[in-house]
Design a protein around this ligand. Structure first.
Ligand SMILES: Cc1ncc(COP(=O)(O)O)c(C=O)c1O
Length: 433
């Protein structure tokens, strides 16, 4: 897929002012193919050449209620008249915390601006609370861009070694090796390996941070009982269970993954859908831990947490979600999955469709079901990438990174679906001859 002439010219201009022409490495698609956005509305996004795309990236997931949603913009415009940043408590912030408590069944909340800040803060809270230093995560899980997240996020499978004694691979340069001494990363969905590690090392481990479904591995699902097992082991060993709901929160259910999978974590992190694209994020959790966050106790701070614009966005987003917008999201996702299945069955390729309806993913693999990172990593990404490249060329835009699921918004319609499945079928046919 090549960008049009106006996008290309604008991207060339961007490269002279922004490192690599982007504000995040994940947004660089290549010198000739990195699109520059002109505008977006509802489920659609237009590039600089006025080419329209049905958007299933939704800004890496947040925009669940559609781009430039009028009710949210109006609410923010009104809220902004009181000012934005006070670094003092304001009423919008209180309202959002009250709504998160009610919808997600948590006791107390602290606001942040990004998912990265939320997971970093939650890890700090867990360390202070337990008096232990080590963090346990799962291979293929991504918890943001700080140093305690970027281990075994998507390593070459040969680099991870044998699953009973895996190595830790940093995502890139600049992450101190010494941070790796404070980390464990284990295969997702493997109770035996987790149990063994905890039996030996529980006394060092402050928290287990888990993406309830691997939203950064094409939505690999937890197998029956795995999250319950993590919960039980955390309780047994006094380890803080952090559910990283940055992608799943206020998306897969009103109460997020805690509700969807019926598992209660000690701490939960939210971002993305909480603000529908505005930088609203939060650390939430049970009173016994979150009640310890405060002056002279567990440190947490920041200038912009709870600012009026982000909180007004979240205030309206949570009202709209409470009023039932997720029904439309789930309905579209269900139909999209059914459409994919029909098309891929007739193409005769081995595949797995997985994930919650609100964020489904596809892996081309001989596996019956993907349960861990290596299943995704050993999949046929060339085929997936080629199909997605053609979809984008034809006006349907999931992320071109095969680790990203397709994100559904409440603005995607049945009419869009007809177009989208037509494009998907044509693309599959052109790639799988
Ligand atoms: C599960 C998860 N946690 C944390 C983050 C980091 O969030 P942010 O990009 O808002 O810093 C992400 C981002 O994709 C994520 O998917």
């Amino acid at each position: 897929m090549k960008s049009g002439p106006k996008s290309k010219a604008m991207f060339d201009r961007a490269t002279r002012a922004l490192s690599g022409g982007v504000s995040s490495n994940f947004r660089y698609w290549g010198d000739d193919s990195t699109l520059v956005v002109k505008n977006a509305k509802g489920a659609y996004l237009w590039d600089q050449d006025d080419k329209r795309y049905v958007d299933y990236r939704l800004g890496f997931g947040p925009v669940i209620l559609g781009h430039a949603r009028q009710e949210i913009s109006d609410h923010i415009s009104e809220a902004m008249t009181i000012g934005n940043c006070f670094a003092m408590t304001n009423e919008y912030e209180i309202r959002v915390a009250e709504k998160i408590k009610k919808m997600a069944g948590v006791d107390l909340v602290r606001m942040t601006n990004t998912g990265t800040e939320a997971t970093m803060g939650a890890m700090r809270i867990a360390r202070a609370f337990t008096g232990r230093d080590k963090i346990l995560k799962f291979d293929g899980a991504y918890h943001g861009f700080h140093d305690y997240s970027l281990w075994n996020t998507y390593p070459p499978t040969s680099g991870v070694g044998y699953k009973n004694a895996p190595f830790l691979v940093p995502q890139g340069s600049g992450i101190p090796r010494s941070v790796g001494d404070l980390m464990y990363s284990l295969p997702f969905n493997n109770k035996e390996i987790l149990e063994k590690k905890l039996k030996e090392r529980w006394h060092e481990i402050a928290c287990i941070i888990v993406e309830p479904l691997l939203g950064n591995q094409a939505s690999i699902m937890p197998q029956d009982g795995f999250l319950d097992f993590v919960r039980d082991q955390c309780t047994k060993y006094g380890i803080v269970m952090i559910m990283d709901e940055v992608k799943t929160g206020f998306r897969i259910a009103k109460g997020g993954a805690q509700q969807y999978f019926n598992v209660k974590a000690d701490l939960v992190t939210y971002a993305k859908c909480l603000g529908n694209g505005f930088p609203a994020a939060a650390i939430a959790g049970q009173k016994n831990i979150m009640g310890e966050v405060g002056p002279g106790k567990i440190p947490h701070g920041g200038t912009y947490g709870g600012n009026v614009v982000a909180m007004a966005a979240a205030d309206k987003v949570l009202d709209l979600i409470e009023a039932g917008e997720l029904d439309k999201v789930n309905d579209h996702g269900k139909k999209l999955k059914a459409g994919w299945k029909k098309i891929l069955d007739s193409a005769g390729v081995p595949y797995v469709i997985q994930g919650a309806d609100a964020m489904p993913g596809i892996v081309f693999t001989e596996e019956k079901v993907c349960t861990e990172y290596s299943h995704w990593a050993n999949g046929d990404h060339d085929t997936y990438d080629s199909i997605i490249d053609k979809c984008i060329e034809k006006g349907v835009m999931p992320d071109c990174d095969s680790r990203e699921p397709w994100f559904i918004s409440s603005c995607h319609t049945d009419k869009d679906l007809e177009f989208v499945l037509g494009v998907f079928e044509e693309s599959v046919r052109e790639v799988i001859k």
